[in-house]
Design a binder for this molecule. Structure first.
Ligand code: AHM
Ligand code: MG
Length: 317
């Protein structure tokens, strides 16, 4: 019988890879592990529990309608991060401003607590994305400087996908590992060790409804995908589209459109963490100008226009 390794055991075993104090990583990831399980529980009963399904009646900082589960997940992650003490501040898609904890923690977290939330009501996979930085400012409170660090400064990044099964995938810059939640024991177990994205992929994922808005070069590229008989797959949940392409090989794009001239994906809590993960799995991420998660160099502050999860696309350019 194959040996089962839990996420907690794995983190302990590999914590020497973490540049800073070893126990800190364990604490940092524990919040996501616990919150992931609790959000998973709510997602699974969303169709049954009226108080958790549907719109909250408020908008987030991007002007998007917040779902009740968005708000639930956001509050939960913040509560758990606050209680474990390593994180002093959080920047979330669901909050207008930085949330400060006033606890002297050495890390800051950027997160999208529930990505793809427009898919909740229709029972389609959604996710959580997180990115962890070491705090660099020295005053009483964390500042924008701590969150606007380049993607290369991330000390860890990960996502949780709430799909046909629930998985937590993370990297600390030493490869990518995936853990599947066994609901019968409520434990994440190592299921995808040392994840590598295939060298070549046959999937392209893009919202083709926006095709005529895309730059001419991107339109030609999509045309080329069709000529090569690549498969079009698009869920509209970034984590789910990304996760599939990471495993199967392919490309995910969110190019500039008239509505989102800098691209829709947010650099801080969507593009940077997923770029770190795909690069750690042997793939490539780009904003169309920079060929790696260094796309978030300090002089590149605009939102990311597209992410490539496949080397094939990069080579064909
Ligand atoms: P959200 O973070 O508000 O849920 O929105 C982000 C989502 C991504 O998950 C997804 O890739 C993208 O928006 C889909 O956008 P579109 O509907 O324009 O294709
Ligand atoms: Mg999102």
């Amino acid at each position: 019988m194959a040996q089962i390794k839990t996420l907690a055991e794995f983190i302990t075993e590999r914590q020497h890879e973490f540049t800073y104090a070893t126990g800190e990583l364990t604490q940092l990831l524990t919040s996501f592990r616990l919150a992931g399980k609790m959000v998973n529980r709510e997602v699974n009963k969303a169709g049954l529990a009226e108080d958790i399904l549907g719109a909250q009646g408020t908008e987030n900082v991007q002007g998007e309608a917040q779902q009740k589960l968005d708000v639930y997940a956001n509050d939960l992650f913040i509560r758990l991060l606050r209680s474990q003490g390593e994180v002093c501040a959080v920047a979330s898609e669901e909050n207008d401003d930085i949330v400060h904890f006033d606890n002297g923690g050495k890390y800051v977290v950027s997160m999208d607590p529930l990505d793809g939330s427009s898919n909740i009501d229709v029972n389609v996979s959604i996710g959580t994305i997180f990115s962890i930085y070491r705090r660099v400012s020295t005053g009483d409170k964390a500042t924008m400087e701590d969150f606007m660090q380049p993607g290369t400064a991330q000390v860890a990044a990960g996502y949780i996908i709430y799909g046909s099964s629930t998985m937590l995938v993370y990297t600390t810059g030493h490869g990518v590992n995936g853990f599947t939640l066994d609901p019968s024991i409520g434990t994440f177990c190592l299921s995808h060790p040392d994840m590598r994205t295939p060298e070549e992929g046959s999937i392209y994922s893009v919202n083709e409804g926006n095709l005529y808005d895309f730059p001419a070069g991107v339109q030609r590229y999509i045309d080329d995908c069709k000529k090569q008989k690549m498969s079009a797959r698009y869920i509209g949940s970034l984590v789910a589209d990304f996760h599939r392409n990471l495993l199967k090989g392919g490309i995910y794009l969110y190019p500039a459109t008239a509505k989102s001239p800098k691209g829709k994906l947010r650099l801080l809590y969507e593009a940077n963490p997923l770029a770190m993960i795909v690069e750690q799995a042997g793939g490539v991420a780009t904003d169309g100008a920079h060929a790696s998660w260094t796309l978030s160099r300090p002089n590149c502050t605009s939102a990311v226009r597209c992410i490539s999860a496949a080397r094939g696309w990069w080579r064909r350019r």
